[in-house]
Write a protein that binds this ligand. Structure first.
Ligand SMILES: Nc1ncnc2c1ncn2[C@@H]1O[C@H](COP(=O)(O)OP(=O)(O)OP(=O)(O)O)[C@@H](O)[C@H]1O
Length: 629
């Protein structure tokens, strides 16, 4: 136990310790042990008291030291308190100075900030100005660059155009040469065939005439022979009668007999002469007969050759058509009506009208520059053929007639007439001397000529109208026009497209076409009472199916001629159409644009490429015509 840690020990002399228990029975030994234990305890406690008494002075001394320390610390504390007060005073002074300094520093910082702001603003302005300058400069450079690029592009485009034109020109020249060569070949072949045909026909006619003459002569000779034989019979009879008479009458005069005998001899000589002449005539007749047989055989051979050459002509002719291009675009410019009420007339030029007639230039509006010079832009277009305003339908048909021939040869031909309202589509297609009557007349004439070469044709015509994407039968009853529904069915295997429920007319003569056109026009005018200008707002398709069969060669052909008068194209915005008229215009524009897509896809001519026929009715009707060609 250390100093300062005094543990009070209580002793229990007067009363028994708590653990002491009074024995129930008196036991001396136990009592003695107990007393002894008490004694030891008391001894132990007394030795502890002595130690405590010894520790007291030590503690007192320690207390004195501690009191001295306390005094020292108190005085030190006092001096420290004094120091602290002095320090506090100093601190107050310093705080004041700090405050002053902080205030002046704040002022300085504010002034500095303002200065920085000013500088920042000035710098920003400068940067902004620089940026502006830079942007302007960049714009200028870009503009220059763009101008340069545009100029380079323009020059490159011009160069490319020149090159393309050069290549096209060369290709066209080549094509033209090839075409001319082929055309010459076909022409020569046709001339050759025609000449051969003509010669053979002439020879045949001569031979027939000769045979006829010989036959006539033979007939005459036979008649003369019969007459002579008759005469001989009569003479023999009269001689017999005379002999009988002489025998009967007994008159015998030598002179009479002699004269009679002379008559008989002369008659016999005559008979003999006639009999020998008849033999010569018979020989000559037999000779003629064999020569006739030869001529007929040679005529048969020529006919067979002619048929073979006709097949070759067909192949060559259609090769020429393919060389000319399966899709051809021609342009016809309508003349300006004498009572022109359509406003300003566009200036059109035909730079190669005297040569190939393929180019067209439309002059733009006059433009005045800032210097006052007046210029006009020229818009140039190229077509397979351009027809000027003085061209008549006959000349236009000249280009088309070859395609009509192709339809007879089993090809599917489709001729579209496209243009703005009033541009002359109906005039070109359906007028009295338009393409439809001319084409059908040509078909009849050619079919008639082809009869000699073994071909017979069946012709079926139908006429439909596509109005607001609905199909109407122009040859059906006018009452059913807007009621009867027609659908388009495609047979991909047969490559055929059929419009259901259509009336088909078998054409027995070229005049039937005129009655068909009349009926179609009548049906259209009945329908037009319900919607103004309907014929202008609808497409019409004249379908002529030509089925040919050659009994000599067993060849067959099935071609179709499809003549389409499209609805007039119109700009929706410019027309200001509303309601039903807007719907019509939208349908027309949609079908015309679908048609453009189809022709574009066909023009690319990729094998197996998708052709979007089904996007519009007018294209669907014409599908089969495009598939084959
Ligand atoms: N080449 C031409 N020569 C003479 N007259 C023409 C010629 N082309 C068109 N016309 C005349 O112009 C007028 C309009 O022509 P047409 O009716 O054929 O136009 P359209 O294109 O069929 O019009 P729409 O789209 O309205 O049916 C008619 O009177 C027609 O006779």
């Amino acid at each position: 136990m250390g100093p300062g840690h005094i543990r009070s020990q209580s002793t229990h002399y007067g009363r028994p310790p708590p653990s002491f228990t009074a024995p129930t029975d008196w036991d001396t030994k136990a009592k003695l042990d107990e007393v002894m234990a008490c004694y030891h305890k008391i001894r132990e406690d007394s030795s502890k008291t002595t130690a405590l008494e010894q520790a007291v002075p030590v503690y007192k001394e320690k207390i004195m030291v501690l009191e001295l320390d306390q005094q020292r610390l108190t005085s030190a504390n006092k001096s420290l308190t004094t120091d602290l007060d002095a320090m506090r005073e100093k601190s107050v002074i310093l705080e004041k100075r700090l405050f002053n300094l902080t205030t002046s520093l704040d002022d300085q910082i504010r002034a500095h900030r303002l200065e920085i702001d000013d500088k920042d603003r000035a710098l920003r302005n400068e940067v902004e100005k620089l940026r502006r300058d830079n942007t302007d400069e960049m714009d200028r450079v870009l503009r220059n660059h763009r101008d340069e690029i545009r100029e380079a592009e323009r020059r490159a485009a011009l160069e490319i155009d020149d090159k393309i034109r050069d290549i096209e020109r060369k290709a066209e020249e080549k094509l033209g040469e090839e075409r001319n060569r082929r055309l010459r070949e076909v022409q020569e072949l046709e001339e050759h065939i025609a000449k051969g045909d003509q010669n053979k026909n002439l020879a045949l006619e001569d031979k027939s005439q000769e045979i006829q003459n010989l036959r006539n002569e033979l007939e005459n000779l036979k008649a003369a022979l019969e007459k002579e034989q008759q005469k001989k019979g009569d003479a023999e009879k009269s001689l017999a009668d005379l002999s009988e008479q002489m025998r009967r009458t007994g008159i015998d005069t030598t002179s009479t007999i002699t004269s009679l005998e002379a008559t008989v001899a002369s008659l016999r000589a005559r008979i003999h002469f006639l009999e020998s002449g008849s033999k010569a005539q018979s020989d000559s007749f037999a000779d003629m007969e064999s020569r006739l047989q030869d001529a007929m055989r040679s005529a048969e051979e020529s006919k067979a050759k002619l048929i073979k050459e006709e097949t070759l002509r067909r192949i060559l002719f259609n090769q020429v058509q393919e060389l000319k291009g399966n899709i051809r675009v021609m342009c016809r410019v309508r003349p300006v009506p004498s009572n022109n009420s359509e406003g300003e007339v566009a200036q059109v030029k035909f730079p190669d009208i005297d040569k190939e007639s393929k180019e067209l230039e439309i002059m733009g509006k006059e433009e005045k520059s800032s210097l006052g010079t007046v210029t006009r832009k020229t818009h140039a277009f190229s077509f397979d053929r351009v027809f000027g305003p003085n061209t008549q339908n006959e000349e236009v048909f000249g280009e088309i007639s070859q395609l009509v021939q192709s339809a007879l040869d089993g090809y599917n031909v489709c001729i579209f007439c496209y243009g703005q309202t009033g541009s002359g589509k109906t005039h070109t297609m359906s007028s009295a001397d338009g393409m439809i009557p001319r084409a059908t007349h040509q078909i009849y004439e050619t079919a008639e000529n082809l009869k000699d070469k073994g071909w017979t044709y069946t012709m079926e015509g139908s006429f439909v109208e596509v109005y607001n994407e609905e199909i109407h039968d122009l040859l059906g009853s006018s009452k059913d026009m807007d009621k009867k529904k027609h659908e388009i069915r495609h047979d991909d295997q047969k490559k055929q497209t059929i419009v259901t429920g259509l009336k088909t007319v078998t054409l027995t003569s070229a005049d039937t076409v005129e009655s068909i056109l009349k009926q179609a026009a009548n049906n259209r005018s009945v329908a037009a009472t319900k919607s103004n200008e309907r014929s202008s707002r609808s497409h019409s398709v004249f379908i002529l199916k030509l089925i040919g069969r050659n009994s000599t060669t067993n060849e067959t052909s099935e071609g179709t001629l499809n003549l389409v008068d499209l609805a007039g194209s119109e700009r929706l915005k410019q027309s200001g159409a509303e309601g039903d008229r807007m719907k019509e215009t939208q349908n027309i524009n949609k079908s015309l644009s679908c048609l453009g897509d189809v022709i574009g896809a066909l023009g690319q001519g990729k094998e197996g490429a998708h052709i979007p026929y089904r996007n519009s009715k007018v294209r669907c009707v014409g599908q089969k015509f495009q598939v084959k060609n």
